[in-house]
Design a protein around this ligand. Sequence first.
Ligand SMILES: Nc1ncnc2c1ncn2[C@@H]1O[C@H](COP(=O)(O)OP(=O)(O)OP(=O)(O)O)[C@@H](O)[C@H]1O
Length: 282
Amino acid sequence: MSQSPDSVLTSAATPSRAPYSAPDRFVADAPRSDVVSLKGVGKTFPNGVTPIAGFDLTIRRGETLTLLGPSGCGKSTVLRLISGLTEPTAGAIDWADPAARRNIGFVFQDPTLLPWASVFDNVYLPLRLAGRSRAESRETVMTALARVGLADFARALPRELSGGMKMRCAIARAFITRPALVLMDEPFAALDEVTRCKLNDGLVALKEELGATIVFVTHSIFESAFLSTRILVMSRAHGAPVAEIAIDPATTRDDDYRMSEAFTQITRRASTALRAAMGETA
Ligand SMILES: Nc1ncnc2c1ncn2[C@@H]1O[C@H](COP(=O)(O)OP(=O)(O)OP(=O)(O)O)[C@@H](O)[C@H]1O
């Protein structure tokens, strides 16, 4: 039912709230700066293994957060919990926008491309699943392929691509729906160092262009220092963080940065924290 101008005036003129109530309402309506928050989250698998317990983590909008830690400390479990692929057995996962949890991009170490489908159709797949026709998606898919340098390979099959190209295809697919959050689980671990550096550069450019929020799992200290705006070093003690390293988001991530003193300092801090997480002293 629409209000008459009079009733609007009346309600505005009648002090129905105590003085200074407006700022409270403003705070309550303010957009959240996080995408999702894990609050006291625990995961116990049926075999009794509890990689994660009492885990708190807030993923902030626009950040690239790297989870670094020894093998088995629960990094992939955290990604799976955020994605909804597995359910927490304790605590809560609180989304700022519940619709965002249905639009998450995921990139695994294995590019998981459909072998019988072209590069174009692999990247088109999430749009197809969302009910968009191939014709109306054409421009979006071709733009996504151009962003990752695969525009000339739209008709190629995955078997015709190198490992790095397959991963670029998987990344284009993960970003095609402009997800609120992209989860990346050791995506470049199987690639050689040169290809890995190139893909790191490409991911930085893609993120700059699309402004995505990324949670990235890696074993590489160098990769974490290059990509992240924040590194969380986790321990085997149910994933408990041993260190959090912030990196200025305004840092230009290029070859000069890779050679810089700032980069060296971050890798040194991450390395010390990782040794502590593994129970070694520096
Ligand atoms: N579905 C499952 N059932 C039982 N145990 C599991 C399951 N998934 C993971 N685990 C166990 O939980 C622990 C954490 O696994 P997770 O894969 O999250 O660690 P990670 O830090 O990502 O390890 P890595 O760096 O080696 O990939 C491991 O001990 C693993 O064996």
